[in-house]
Design a protein around this ligand. Structure first.
Ligand code: DAH
Length: 363
């Protein structure tokens, strides 16, 4: 009997030591195969007496069952280890799922990015370069240098996202417009200057027509002998190209901005029938942007002599341009991240303007 227990212990130890299915298979053959140890023991029972059969049969059977159980457990363990090792060692190449020629669901360019890219392309043809600035600005660049008075509504806490300064030295804010990029450019570059500055802007506004985050494009030209006529010519040809309407009615309406003098609001001719807007037709006017000649005080604030240098600036809202051009009626759709909406209103990567904006890293 003790002999049988020894055999069992010996077999179980061998099973325990094995780490491969091949090794396990070998033990199985040598113990349970045709000429295996346990098989021969079972066969030897035929020669035993009936009394012996009762005792030995029971212990051989127990031995067989215990050994089979041990095999089963070890097989499972080897399988588990194999899976863990495969997970550790195999790298999944996700690009393999995209095979040339196969119809895959691909991403789309967001209408805001596409609109910024179209506008960059138009101005790039007129020798403008692109400048960007940080989202977190200081009071000087966002307000003071732009001649925005202390009592201007944009300076109030409820209109602007202010950021608490730990040392209380300089209060920071999320820029309320892209105009601070004008200041940064004039301070850091020598004229002549010809830039546009696209990017995110922030205000404490949230309803159907306002979002706390939105996009603007700022334009700035500084040179000698620049006048309002240059501004009008540039903006008219830009609007005609963007809206793809030749002889687009464009109107300059006197207005006020602290950083320009004189200032104007630009309207384009349009017609509304039901819910459809037709740009360039009819007798109604739609306001699309603000502009003006850079205020002498702003030039001085940036270290430029207004007797030597003049210039003009303009600022437009990207969402408005995108809505008008692509027939999008609700501002909030832009930011909801609904894939079905983007699939409908988004643009394919190939074709259209150069995808410049995607490569800009704003901070
Ligand atoms: N910064 C103005 C705003 O956010 C837009 C603007 C108007 C920019 C006139 C300009 C400009 O450069 O000349 O409302």
């Amino acid at each position: 009997m003790s002999n049988i227990k020894d055999i069992e212990n010996n077999i179980l130890a061998n099973i325990f030591k094995t780490n491969s299915s091949e090794g396990l298979q070998k033990i199985k053959i040598s113990e349970l195969g045709k000429k295996g140890r346990i098989t021969l023991l079972m066969k030897s029972l035929s020669k035993a007496t009936n009394d012996e059969k009762k005792v030995l049969g029971k212990s051989y059977n127990e031995l067989r069952i215990n050994v089979l159980k041990a095999f089963e457990l070890k097989e499972q363990e080897i399988k588990d280890v194999n899976i863990i090792n495969r997970i550790k060692n195999e790298k999944l190449d996700v690009t393999l799922s995209i095979r040339p020629g196969e119809n895959n669901d691909e991403g789309k360019i967001h209408p805001i990015s596409r609109t910024i890219d179209s506008i960059i392309d138009i101005f790039a043809n007129d020798n403008f370069t692109v400048e960007t600035g940080p989202h977190i600005e200081n009071d000087f660049n966002n307000f003071t240098a732009l001649n925005i008075p202390d009592d201007h509504p944009a300076r109030q806490d409820h209109d602007t996202f202010y950021i608490k300064d730990r040392n209380n030295i300089e209060r920071k804010l999320l820029r309320t417009h892209t105009s601070p990029v004008q200041i940064r450019t004039m301070v850091n570059q020598n004229p002549p200057i010809r830039i546009i500055a696209p990017g995110r802007t922030f205000r404490c506004d949230d309803d159907a027509t306002h979002s706390p985050m939105f996009h603007q494009i700022e334009g700035l030209v500084i040179d000698k002998n620049i006048n309002m006529g240059h501004l009008k010519g540039l903006i008219k040809s830009f609007c005609e190209e963007f809206f793809e309407v030749s002889n687009l009615p464009v109107r300059f309406r006197p207005s006020y901005f602290p950083f320009t003098e004189p200032s104007a609001e630009i309207d384009i001719g349009y017609n509304k029938k039901g819910n459809t807007i037709k740009i360039g037709e009819g007798s109604d006017w739609l306001e699309v942007m603000g502009c003006g000649m850079v205020h002498p005080k702003v030039l001085i604030n940036c270290g430029l002599d207004p007797k030597e240098w003049q210039g003009f600036a303009f600022g437009l809202g990207v969402e408005r341009f995108a809505m008008l051009k692509h027939g999008i009626s609700d501002l909030r759709n832009f930011y909801e991240g609904d894939i079905r909406w983007l699939d409908h209103y988004g643009f394919n990567l190939i074709g259209g303007p150069s995808n410049t904006w995607l490569n800009f890293k704003e901070d």
